[in-house]
Design a protein around this ligand. Structure first.
Ligand SMILES: Cc1ncc(COP(=O)(O)O)c(C=O)c1O
Length: 374
């Protein structure tokens, strides 16, 4: 099968009043100032892959490289650190007395960030993951002192389990997806991700992409980027394309049904893109994507592997980048589009397109693990 595209027939230019206040440029500056106060904070690189852009017959190709954010493997620390800080500001009693315990469900990267942030503060982290969670990720979280339990179900079931555990034990739930409307913590997490956008816009020095391709699991990252761009640029906003794993393409499915409701994908959610193996969109993210994203892609595992090879074997003059599957899928998609494998290529991209990709994670497997993958 090849990647599939769905245009959003109802895409709007103007964000609604909630989005306008939640992702206002001043708020993004405040978030960035908070991150800059963290000792491990560094601006992550923005690579310009000029030779690959020429090969793909587009004007520019930029890659925001999140493979070493805060010394972790992925961008997720931005959301966790900001949300944890806001939570503690709002609930001071929870940071005094006995050592706070944070709990979450994860497919790996969010839990890794939570384990790191809890360790930095001398707190405890309890993490639940689906049975598909790669072993390397479990070990990484455990090495930061987190208690990790692997559950028999998929990611969405782990999310419900973590919520129950938080309620029953009085632990602080720090989840990056909203099960109900207007949940505060997932919103803080989405706001935390905006530093990635703030940095990128500074690094681009006024040059604006025409297209942004963003990976989507529950949609918090994609909604954060989409909302941040819409609040800053309104009608001049780059077109944002949402990219999901075919086995877990819940936003694609919801857009396809086009009835204003969320439609989950159930079952094993079996994909090499374990960061995107989420069958239920966040209730905070979906309305933003439904209003403001230009289109939705669902991609095969082979697309992610193609993207990994593309990053690993660059054209002369471009940097070599090591990417995890979820991080690499957007490059694979772009390569497939440009190779003419999709009839949508000509309606979407041309020689003046300036494309921004987010390389959201570094390698997910050790070399010895990799031998096991087909
Ligand atoms: C590497 C990577 N990229 C993208 C995403 C998607 O983020 P979200 O679940 O907010 O859509 C994730 C989520 O875990 C991820 O791990």
């Amino acid at each position: 099968m090849s990647d599939e595209y769905l245009k959003n027939p109802r895409v709007k230019i103007e964000p609604d009043t909630f989005v306008k206040s939640a992702f206002a440029p001043e708020l993004m500056e405040t978030v960035r100032r908070f991150h800059a106060s963290i000792p491990e904070y560094r601006v992550t690189p923005l690579h310009s892959l000029e030779n690959l852009a020429a090969r793909l017959e587009i004007a520019s190709l930029w890659v925001k490289d999140e493979t070493n954010r805060f010394g972790l493997n992925a961008f997720k620390g931005l959301g966790v650190a900001y949300a944890m800080n806001r939570f503690l500001e709002n609930h001071p009693a929870k940071s005094s007395g006995s050592v706070p315990i944070w709990v979450t469900a994860t497919d790996g990267n969010h839990g890794h960030a939570l384990a790191w942030a809890a360790l930095c503060l001398g707190h405890h982290a309890v993490i639940f993951g689906p049975k598909t969670m790669p072993e390397k990720r479990i070990q990484r979280m455990q090495s930061l002192g987190a208690r990790v339990s692997v559950l028999p179900g998929n990611y969405d079931e782990a999310v419900l389990h973590a919520r129950r555990a938080a309620r029953q034990n009085g632990w602080n739930l720090l989840q990056d997806t909203a099960v109900h409307d207007r949940e505060q913590i997932p919103l803080w997490i989405m706001q935390g991700y905006t530093t990635l956008l703030t940095e990128t816009l500074e690094q681009l020095r006024g040059k604006l992409p025409t297209h942004v391709f963003v990976q989507c699991g529950v949609g918090s990252l994609a909604a954060s980027m989409t909302a941040g761009l819409a609040c800053r640029f309104a009608g001049q906003k780059p077109r944002v394309f949402i990219v999901e794993a075919r086995a877990a393409a819940c936003c694609f499915k919801s857009m396809k049904k086009n009835d204003g409701k969320i439609h989950a994908v159930r079952g094993a959610l079996d994909t090499v893109m374990s960061g995107l193996a989420c069958g239920q969109p966040s209730r905070l993210a979906w309305p933003i994507l439904e209003d403001l994203a230009h289109g939705f892609f669902r991609c095969d595992d082979s697309t992610a592997l193609l993207g990994q090879r593309g990053y690993r074997n660059p054209l002369k003059g471009n940097p070599t980048l090591q990417a995890g599957e979820s991080g690499a899928v957007t490059l694979g998609l772009l390569m497939n589009l440009s190779a003419g494998k999709s009839p949508d290529r000509n309606s979407l991209l041309n020689r003046s397109s300036r494309v921004l990709l987010l390389l959201t994670e570094g390698p997910t497997r050790d070399l010895c693990d990799r031998k096991k993958t087909p």
